[in-house]
Design a protein around this ligand. Structure first.
Ligand code: NDP
Ligand code: 8X3
Length: 255
């Protein structure tokens, strides 16, 4: 089984959606390259999943171009034959208005959600193209890339970038067999809100309280579905929200 396992390279595998993808893909027989900054969590995943499927872990900060180059260059068989790149690492920082935002937060979101994603993609593209038919890039976007909201500023804009980059990338790899999908979740219970609110766990608990938000595994099964579709099928964008999350009408300011 190990010899034939398709390989998924996952960024941000240490928590939330990325971790659920690691678990879901392992259960489906995929071999995994698991990355993220928290090495202890990567090791724990390797311990837990490594008996069933081949697992390679690499501590990786996607804002560090040289580190990505090192990780990609050091992949050896079977992990060098990447069938799926799951660009999941990402974060929001802050939810106040733009005029109060910390510029360092804005830059960190751009460095991670945009520059990190394009760097990992560019460096792994030759391997995906070499894999050919059936290879897939899933970029984790967000409903925030389509739907503006107060405090969404750079986070939402970074996810709009992810969507358009996915489409443009798909044009360029046309004919190579590589598929590209923008997988755009809505509200999902993870460490996302705690990170956004700089460790304010009470805020995060209140935010999810009384909802039936998506669980990370709900997104992971969508990713597995996209990756295991017949090789001639490309889902361009897949938006998934919990039933409890809905649009609002425009807000009208009156005199
Ligand atoms: P979590 O905070 O639970 O997970 C974020 C993951 O990204 C962690 O594994 C973290 O790993 C990793 N990460 C963050 N910064 C970096 C970095 N510089 N280098 C490498 N890895 C990094 O949040 P989610 O699971 O919810 O978020 C995953 C993705 O889903 C993100 O792109 C997010 O924008 C998106 N998303 C989330 C939604 C939600 O409601 N939760 C909805 C829509 C989209 P580590 O800290 O170990 O590096
Ligand atoms: C995260 C979803 O609505 O909190 O991408 O911005 S939202």
């Amino acid at each position: 089984m190990h010899e034939t396992a398709p390989i998924a390279f996952i960024t941000g595998a240490t928590s939330g959606i990325g971790q659920a993808c690691a678990e879901t893909f392992a259960a489906a027989g995929w071999g995994l390259v698991l990355t993220g900054r928290r090495r202890d969590r990567l090791e724990a995943l390797r311990q837990r999943l490594g008996d069933a499927v081949p697992i390679h872990v690499a501590a990786l900060d996607v804002t560090d171009r040289q580190a990505i180059e090192r990780v990609v260059d050091s992949l050896s068989a079977p992990f060098d034959d990447v069938r799926l790149l799951l660009n999941n690492a990402g974060l929001a920082l802050g939810k106040g208005p733009s005029q109060d935002a910390d510029l360092d937060d804005w830059h960190a979101m751009i460095d991670t959600n945009i520059k990190g994603l394009v760097t990992v993609t560019r460096l792994l593209l030759p391997r995906l193209i070499a894999h050919g038919e059936g290879a897939t890039i899933i970029n984790i976007g967000s409903i925030a890339g389509h739907t503006p909201y107060p405090g969404g500023h750079v986070y939402g804009a970074s996810k709009a970038f992810v969507e358009q980059f996915s489409y443009n990338l798909r044009c360029d790899v046309s004919g190579s067999g590589v598929r590209v999908t923008d997988l755009a979740p809505g509200m999902t219970v993870s460490e996302f809100t705690e990170v956004r609110m700089k460790g304010d766990r009470d805020f995060a608990e209140r935010y999810y309280a009384g909802t039936r938000a998506l669980q990370p595994v709900d997104v992971a099964v969508q990713a597995l579905h996209v990756a295991e579709l017949p090789s001639h099928v490309n889902i361009t964008r897949l938006e998934v929200t919990p039933l409890c999350q809905q649009w609002s009408p425009f807000t009208i300011l009156r005199d």
